[in-house]
Design a binder for this molecule. Structure first.
Ligand code: NDP
Length: 452
């Protein structure tokens, strides 16, 4: 019989921590978990879930306009945040309770408190209680990063946006990554006037260049005032609003400023450095392939490790940790060919290499089709879908797949199965088209648009 209070103590009740705590408890381990805020973490409470619900909400305005062009007698409507917001929060509470129930069912003890590491086997909670554990798993996630600029505190982050009392008439979004582009499209769809400043030459750095340009064009055509090459400088209250200044004399008066300038690992104030747990340059907990830190009894998963900051990855890391530590089956989480979607409108689904990344590695053929989908061309909308495959000349394997289209998040999940299996271009071609769909284009591209 172990002399520890728990076999596992998990710090953080987000997607990764909850999965690890639940499956460890199901395997018979005695598990405690501490969460200082709300169960479910960033994804459920202030990230993916509320964001996606806002994506749904934001599509009805443009859909109503399209419906009119299809022959519907559809009046102009407007979005009422005061109707949506309570429903949103009721849904988040419902999901939080499900997380709580599922975690407690196999016997995990939940502590609604902040936990700090006291030594390699001890945690102290903010309610004064102390517990010992054979293993400690840090799954504390990340938090928004705000640059240190005059008046920066006048802005909000994605943490606060779901709690606004009212939607702004005008918003300035800072950044050009996932969160900035997603909220630019969401708020624009809800009828908010959106200005977006991105410091770099193009939005969505790290993604495929051709796709980045394609999405930027669509966002501009939708009425988003997207400016690239503009960095934020200073902010002040003026006339009950916020006056924002950027480089090159860019100025704008808005009701809200949304910082979407990246996220940093939540590793501060946990007692990690005192304990000798190695941290990286951005404060991320350094772990090995099995999520073990430099202190053998302490493991870490999810955004706090800054590997791939995505919910499903944190969940896989949590499950692999339990396989390794509690099931005697050493398992490395697989970080190769992780698909993801940026919920711009239309969405961008991607798996594998960008054209630029693939070309740096080997000789490639690039297949790309841009076209007006049937639904848009019927009503004379110009918004084009994009389907792109990057293929290795040598192995003929599909190295990367990129889709910009309504439903691209759904499509890329399925394409990711084929890419992960090592499908070649010929394998894609062998699949008969599903007609009439947009996705059929992925099996119909016959000639490379570029070849090395
Ligand atoms: P990202 O890293 O995607 O983007 C941060 C943006 O902020 C970049 O455009 C960056 O510019 C810019 N930036 C950083 N520092 C400054 C600064 N000092 N001044 C001006 N601009 C700055 O971060 P996000 O916060 O959007 O998202 C964080 C992570 O969360 C993502 O990487 C993703 O892993 C995850 N996520 C996933 C989603 C999904 O799956 N759909 C949705 C939302 C988040 P530059 O490019 O020049 O560095």
């Amino acid at each position: 019989m172990s002399t520890f209070d728990y076999d596992l103590f998990v710090i953080g009740g987000g997607s990764g921590g909850v999965r690890a705590g639940r499956v460890a408890a199901e395997s018979g381990a005695r598990v405690g978990l501490a969460e200082e805020f709300r169960m479910g973490g960033t994804c459920v409470i202030r990230g993916c879930v509320p964001k996606k619900l806002m994506v749904f909400a934001s599509k009805f305005g443009p859909a109503a306009a399209e419906a009119r062009d299809f022959g519907w007698d559809m009046p102009d409507g407007s979005f009422d945040w005061s109707v949506f917001r309570p429903k949103l929060h009721a849904e988040l509470t419902r999901l939080e309770n499900i997380y709580r129930t599922n975690l407690a069912r196999p016997g995990t003890e939940i502590h609604d408190a902040r936990a700090v590491l006291k030594d390699a086997h001890t945690v102290e909670l903010s309610n004064g209680r102390t517990f010992s554990a054979k293993h400690i798993l840090v799954a504390t996630g990340g938090r928004p990063f705000i640059p240190d600029l005059p008046g920066a505190e006048l802005g909000i982050t994605s943490n606060e946006i779901f709690n606004l009392d009212r939607l702004p008439e005008k918003v300035l979004i800072l950044g050009g990554g996932y969160i900035a582009c997603e909220f630019a499209c969401i708020l624009n769809g809800l009828g908010v006037h959106v200005t977006q400043w991105h410091r770099g030459p193009q939005i969505l750095r790290g993604f495929d260049d051709e796709v980045r340009g394609h999405i930027a064009e669509i966002m501009l055509a939708q009425g988003i005032d997207l400016r690239v090459g503009v960095s934020p400088r200073e902010f002040e209250r003026a006339e009950g609003r916020i006056r924002a200044r950027g480089t090159d004399d860019h100025k704008v008066m808005v009701d809200e400023v949304l910082w979407a300038t990246g996220r940093v690992p939540n590793s501060d104030g946990l007692g990690l450095t005192d304990l000798g747990v190695e941290l990286g340059e951005s404060g991320e907990i350094v772990v090995d392939d099995y999520s073990q830190t430099s202190v053998p009894s302490v493991f870490a998963i999810g955004d706090v490790t800054n590997r791939i900051a995505l919910t499903p990855v944190a969940i896989r890391e949590g499950a692999a940790f339990v396989e390794t530590v509690f099931k005697g089956n050493p398992t490395k989480p697989d970080h190769e060919l992780v698909a993801s979607a940026v919920f711009t409108q239309p969405e961008y689904g991607t798996v594998g290499l960008t054209e630029e990344g693939a070309r740096a590695q080997e000789k490639i053929d690039v297949y790309c089709a841009t076209f007006r989908p049937m639904q848009k061309s019927f009503i004379d909308r110009d918004e084009k879908a994009l389907f792109k495959l990057i293929v290795s000349q040598e192995s003929q394997r599909v190295l990367g797949c990129h889709i910009v289209a309504d439903g691209a998040g759904e499509m890329i999940q399925l394409a990711a199965v084929a890419v992960k299996m090592g499908a070649t271009k010929a394998d894609f071609d062998r699949a008969v088209a599903v007609h009439p769909t947009m996705a059929e284009e992925i099996v119909l591209m016959k000639t490379p648009v570029r070849a090395d």
